[in-house]
Design a protein around this ligand. Structure first.
Ligand code: SAH
Ligand code: DHB
Ligand code: MG
Length: 222
């Protein structure tokens, strides 16, 4: 267990695997300048999302939690010409920064950032009864993850991929006695998904520049 080594390997792999991307670099720069917390997915994780979206051939993506749009841009870049991404973000400041970053990346024609509490935006999307999403990335306030997961399911169809960030939290997810509301939220989510017959799922633990964390990867069966 050597976090310094994890970070060095992360940087090495990122340099080897990810082409230089001015828009992503500018996004991180703008986020820092605006005082946003540096809790975006890492470059390798963003590239992982990008590759997953491509593998799946997703045309409609839903993101819950945009921050400055770093993960948004990673996923939206993987869409075909007629693909669309909707991202839900509570903080108007984050929405502002995200929209500017997305426009700079030339993706404002494909991406809509909806400002507001995700639970309300999700209820509106459910009421509209539009085309189900192909790919859903859940990465907002952790205590609400199980609620977002249930809403995501209702906006899915057979074959939809659901990815949930931050399910490991430096390993604290195994602490049954935890009082950390973020960790408790993830445990509630894992309870919910383990009893959910509509999905088949796995998890990937990650180490790197963000320490020890992980994703749940789920596929909607029916
Ligand atoms: N997906 C982003 C990081 C998201 S950080 C990336 O990887 O680049 C989590 C975001 O969720 C923050 O911007 C925070 O403002 C937002 N958030 C917190 N509570 C929320 C809520 N109730 N509804 C929507 N977004 C929320
Ligand atoms: C943190 C990391 C995340 O990926 C996130 O979505 C929220 C918080 C963190 O490290 O605190
Ligand atoms: Mg996250």
């Amino acid at each position: 267990m050597d976090p310094t080594q994890w970070a060095a390997v992360d940087s090495y792999l990122a340099t080897a695997l990810i082409p230089t991307d001015e828009a992503l670099a500018a996004t991180l720069h703008a986020n820092t300048a605006a005082g946003l917390p540096a809790i975006d997915v890492s470059p390798l994780q963003g590239r992982f999302l990008h590759v997953l979206v491509k593998i799946q051939g997703a045309r409609r993506i839903l993101e819950i939690g945009a921050l400055g749009g770093y993960s948004t841009i990673c996923m939206a870049r993987a869409l075909p010409a007629d693909g669309r991404l909707t991202s839900l973000e509570l903080d108007p400041r984050h929405v502002d920064v995200a929209r500017r970053n997305i426009a700079r990346a030339g993706l404002d024609g494909k991406v809509t950032v909806i400002q507001g509490a995700a639970s309300e935006s999700l209820a509106r999307l459910q009421a509209e009864g539009g085309t189900p999403f192909d790919f859903i990335f859940i990465d907002a306030d952790k205590p609400s993850t199980s609620i977002y997961f249930k809403a995501a399911l209702s906006l899915s169809k057979a074959g939809t991929v659901i990815v949930v960030d931050n399910v490991v939290r430096r390993g604290t997810v195994v602490d049954t006695e935890t009082t950390d509301e973020n960790v408790r939220g993830m445990r509630r989510f894992l309870d919910a998904i383990s009893g959910e017959a509509r999905v088949e799922a796995s998890a990937v633990q990650t180490v790197g520049i963000k320490g020890h964390d992980g994703f749940v990867l789920a596929r909607v069966v029916s």
